[in-house]
Design a protein around this ligand. Sequence first.
Ligand SMILES: [Zn+2]
Length: 253
Amino acid sequence: MLVDHLRWLERECLPLETVALRDLERYMGIVGAEVLMPLGEPWRLGKKPYGKDALSVAAACLKGFYLHRASLGVNTALGMALNVSRLPTRVDRDRALLGHVIQTMPSNPLAPKRPRRRHPKMLPEGAREGLISVVNAARDRLTVDWLSDGGFRIGELCGLHLPDLHLREGARCGECRAPHVHICHRIGNSNQAAAKTKYPWSLEDGVITGGLIKRVSPQMVHSYFDYMTSEYPRDPAHDMLMVQLHGPRTGQP
Ligand SMILES: [Zn+2]
């Protein structure tokens, strides 16, 4: 992200010594933030604008970079404009260790404004039962069971290959007695899914070892066999668990 920003500075002929907060706001706008100002010539042609999380990362990246420059005596005016703080909210105090003594919170004028999520995104109580009662395919039942019991990321579930599944006790890998799966990062899966975790793994004599090992519940084994014996495509050429995704790279099964 920093390299992209530095390239943009060069194209705009903005030297690091004189670039101003307004220029940075314009940059944030041109990569996807909502800002009300003319943005100038297009940038990153053919690429998707940054989403909220990427914008937050870009904002933190720019602030860190320019604060460091300011600490070296370069463009201290911009450093002061970026180095602002705000009063803590009740949520900030609840989240922080020793929150009751917090006086100020760091604030980033470039960061996108958004309501902060209080908890990680989780299914509400009873959602699993509700979902199971309306899905009408073994594959969808498998998806609900595996995501909720296994705690998989969507990319992890959709990127599973059949050799990654060690669903019986005492599998040949010798790495876990209970039924489990090995989450292996692969590029080039036919459905474009990929696990984010990149633990080293290997395939020897047809047995997967390594990767991120996750245990499998009896209900997951049950819905797996239900799917394999009823709907799994009888195409010997492919060995992925989840064959189609509805949208490329969005990961939504
Ligand atoms: Zn194993």
